[in-house]
Design a protein around this ligand. Sequence first.
Ligand code: ZN
Length: 179
Amino acid sequence: MAVRPVVIWPDDRLRQPSVPIAQVDDSVRALYQDLVDSMYAENGLGIAALQLGDPRRMFIVEPKLAGRPETDPPVAFLNPELVEASEEQQDSEEGCLSFPEIYIKVKRPMRCKVRAMGLDGQPFEVEGERLLARCLLHELDHLTGKLLVDFVGPLKRQMIKKRLTRQKAADGDGDEAEA
Ligand code: ZN
């Protein structure tokens, strides 16, 4: 149970293939808790295990967004797959914990349905529209190594790379000054 640093692009760990989870054991439950702690520490709506550098096929979504009571724990999606996506699209700005302070316009289906295994080992389905659909599709993208920068052209991608690399260097200097 710990807040772990979120992997920031361009880090190759965000592109590694995700590995299916065979069964829910203590190490999967520990990963879930780290995801919860790290997501809340960063005020995220969702986070994928790859963003903590862990290749297991899993993401979580903030409970209220997922249609659960606010006081519920975040919803865990293990081995999730896309069942349906609407032809109707939505187009708005999207952020990602692996791209701090970067927002990119992404066109996505308005509605989608995702099937996954829960922490209880049972299959379940979630249907979402608008922001929930966007969040589910974003997290599913993470599990196939697809990232926000894959939605922009090479010039903008280069700009984002420069900005995040600079930010990382600045953060490094800060740590040294504090130490
Ligand atoms: Zn993301």
